[in-house]
Design a binder for this molecule. Structure first.
Ligand code: SF4
Length: 311
């Protein structure tokens, strides 16, 4: 098949049948982290690059022959919404199957009313927000002439007002660029206005074209989860289990972590539970005794309680 691939397994969308609508690479941005390489020529005009009937036929054939598809996801070799008949495809797919439909997009065209309209029947839309300032937006996403930061933010806000499906904003976290407290605070402020249902932090795990992209360290990732959860629940990019070593010097171990980044109370409790399996009273006592040390404060961020060092 030319346009349909998978299902691929993804943490966020389970078994996702991918649908690529574009010739490679067709994009309105030239992100420094793009796994497709540099954008040699910007594409800003929407078009039916391939006949929509052909793409629909491929999707329906895949749905008939494959079992265990959790999502049908429009994504691919550039900016998905540059494909003009996305709305038609979404409608036709939804007439034929009850599998939910998601669209992954950079969001650069959401300022256009017709683009927002075409997405209204989808079940989830995953647009990008990688910067909370114009300067960082231009450094990270490097948009085509005519695409501005303000336009991008306005598009996201307007779309949220009109869209009742799941809005899951993706943030690509890049070391030394948007992982500072200031940059994260700027993004959190914008996201508070946008009101996404969730924020997904993603990491630059694949080779980038200009070698300008660094992987943030664990402390910065934790900091990003903490700061962005002011705006909405945050999905951690690769959550492993918190390791506390042994029950000896628990207070010092937890202090050593908390001075570097806030600790999610739920995870802390689970980690202590692994040290005292089957002993919930002991776990409760350990938590109480650490809090009684006076070293920590509890902070509610979004729906999560965090432990932070008391100033
Ligand atoms: S928006 Fe996506 S496809 Fe376009 S340059 Fe950025 S990462 Fe690449």
């Amino acid at each position: 098949m030319k346009h349909v691939f998978g299902p691929v397994s993804s943490k966020r969308l389970g078994h996702s049948l991918g649908v690529d609508l574009l010739p490679s690479k067709s994009c309105s941005w030239n992100c420094i982290y793009c796994q497709l390489g540099r954008t040699k020529q910007f594409v800003s005009e929407r078009s039916e690059f391939f006949p929509k009937e052909l793409i629909l036929e491929e999707i329906l054939q895949a749905v008939e022959t494959q079992t265990a598809i959790d999502w049908i996801t429009f994504v691919g070799s550039g900016e998905t919404m540059l494909y003009k008949p996305v709305g038609w495809l979404v409608r036709e797919v939804k007439k034929a199957t009850s599998i939910p439909v998601a669209v992954i997009t950079n969001g650069s065209l959401l300022h256009l009313p017709e683009v927002r309209q075409e997405l209204l029947e989808t079940d989830a839309v995953l647009p990008s927000l990688n910067a909370g300032s114009e300067e960082l937006f231009n450094r990270i996403d490097r948009p085509a002439p005519g695409f501005s930061f303000q336009q991008h933010i306005e598009g996201l806000k307007r779309f949220r007002q009109e869209y009742s499906g799941k809005l899951w904003v993706e943030v690509m976290l890049i070391a030394g660029l948007n992982d500072t407290d200031e940059a994260l605070g700027d993004m959190a402020a914008i996201l508070t206005d946008v009101h996404p249902d969730m924020i997904h932090i993603v990491l630059p795990t694949r080779p980038a074209p200009d070698g300008l992209v660094g992987m943030p360290d664990d402390d910065r990732i934790e900091r990003a989860v903490f700061i962005l959860s002011r705006a909405a629940p945050v999905i951690h990019p690769a959550k492993g289990e918190m390791e506390l070593g042994s029950a000896e010097n628990l207070l010092e171990t937890v202090t050593g972590i908390a001075v570097r980044h806030p600790l999610q109370e739920r995870e802390l409790e689970a980690a202590i539970g692994r040290l005292f399996p089957g002993m919930p009273t002991k776990v409760h006592e350990a938590m109480e005794s650490m809090m009684a040390s006076g070293r920590f404060d509890k902070v509610l961020q979004g729906e999560e309680l965090y432990w932070v060092m008391r100033p």
